[in-house]
Design a binder for this molecule. Structure first.
Ligand code: PLP
Length: 417
């Protein structure tokens, strides 16, 4: 899809579609927005948390530390183990580059997977350019990277393993507790990108042997532009800072703390900790309600393990449907496709490819992600729209006709062109 056709599709005055893209970002919870607004003005808490000589600074510092405590409590960590960043992208960079640079005297080998977020993959690519060696594990067909795969990839010079907790495209969960045991036994730093799992799954860092964990506020109903990195104190994990300046955040991340953003993330963490159990149940019921209404269509497949997944993400492939046409006919739904729109072409998702999904099916895959403000009515409307669009597009498809006539499409010799 070129830039021209992308902009031609945009009509910013159109009716708002149903939002089913909570994995991309969440709206800020109004309770969070209210608390954030209080941090901005003269009457509020606008001070610089690093100003140690007056009340404005002290109050801002207190607000930052309250937020730090809230986030730490969400994952059962010590508040001193939380470093504020600008989001999970920065946390991933700080964790992987910071650890790789600090521990490079011990070795230069890193293990990750092919289906990590670009924030991890591109960071690893950069380290390769600096002389590090990276092993990219292929997940199994169910989208999971198994602990034994990590064990097998370990070398004497491995210094960092970086694997995501929950995949952002397919919602599948990795067993980070088991992988943590393997890493700890070999004294290898274990980094986990938890952008999609924090607030959606219980995380206990006192129990789980994770050394570094990335978080993002906007995936848990907080604001964009703020995140955090958990940095274990016992056993102590060291990082080389990537941002130099005033020595904030114990020297690991300089820069004036954005009090309103941090307070927003803290409040988001506090709310999600309280509501996670009930919210997960409700969202799972919505997902099942959606799936129940489309699953009886033929040749519709869920990508990734059904059992080991977060409740809110469902990635579905619709065979015999042209992907771009499908997205175009679902204008009333805000969803994400199995293709990434680059400047010149629609690339099939690298995540689905790594699972062995063929390019055609990857193109006709959609990610539906449900969240705090999704209603049953929205789910029912969305399911009906999807059914209608898929059925209509299949009516136009000669391949679908052949499939329905029982012709094995694999036996057809297509004319070369
Ligand atoms: C798994 C994962 N990691 C990292 C990120 C990047 O997070 P942020 O937008 O906070 O930089 C995202 C968000 O898209 C994500 O889903």
């Amino acid at each position: 899809m070129n830039n021209q056709s992308v902009s031609a599709q945009r009509d910013l005055t159109m009716k708002l579609p149903i939002y089913l893209d909570y994995s991309a970002t969440c709206p800020v919870d109004p309770r969070v927005a209210k608390k954030m607004a209080e941090q901005l003005t003269m009457e509020g808490n606008f001070g610089n948390p690093a100003s140690r000589s007056h009340l404005f600074g002290w109050k801002a510092e207190e607000a930052v530390e309250d937020a730090r405590r809230n986030l730490a409590e969400l994952v059962n960590a010590d508040p001193r183990e939380i470093v504020w960043t600008s989001g999970a992208t920065e946390s991933d960079n700080l964790a992987i580059k910071g650890a790789a640079h600090f521990y490079q005297g011990k070795g230069k080998h890193i293990i990750t997977s092919k289906i990590e977020h670009k924030a991890v993959l591109d960071t690893c690519r950069q380290l390769e350019r600096e002389g590090f060696e990276v092993t990219y594990l292929n997940p199994r067909e169910d989208g999971i990277v198994y602990p034994e795969q990590v064990q097998e990839a370990m070398r004497d010079d491995t210094i960092v393993v970086s694997l995501m907790h929950v995949n952002n495209e397919i919602g599948v969960i990795n067993d980070i507790a088991a992988i943590g045991e393997i890493c700890r036994a070999r004294k290898v730093i274990f980094h986990v990108d938890a952008a999609q799992s924090a607030g959606r799954l219980p995380i206990d860092l006192a129990e789980t042997k994770v050394d570094l964990m990335s978080f993002s506020a906007h995936k848990m109903y907080g604001p964009k532009g703020i995140g955090a990195l958990y940095v274990r104190r016992k056993p102590r994990v060291r990082l080389e800072a990537q941002m130099h300046g005033g020595g904030h955040e114990r020297g690991m991340r300089s820069g004036t703390l954005a009090t309103h953003q941090i307070v927003g993330m803290g409040e988001a963490a506090r709310i999600v900790k309280e509501e996670m159990a009930a919210e997960s149940k409700r969202i799972e019921a919505l997902r099942d309600r959606f799936w129940d209404q489309i699953k009886d269509m033929e040749e519709v497949h869920v990508n990734g393990s059904w059992e080991q997944r977060v409740p809110g993400i469902l990635n579905v492939s619709f065979a015999f449907v042209e992907g771009e046409s499908l997205i175009m006919s679902l204008k009333d739904l805000a969803i994400s496709s199995g293709s990434a729109c680059t400047s010149a072409s629609l690339e099939p998702s690298y995540v689905l490819r790594a699972l062995g999904v063929n390019d055609e099916l990857a193109h006709s895959s959609l990610r539906f992600s449900f969240g705090r403000f999704t209603t049953e009515h929205e789910v029912d409307t969305a399911a009906a729209e999807v059914r209608k669009a898929v059925e209509k597009l299949r009516e136009l498809s000669p391949l679908w006709d052949m499939y329905k006539d029982g012709i094995d499409l694999n036996t057809i010799e297509w004319a070369a062109h």
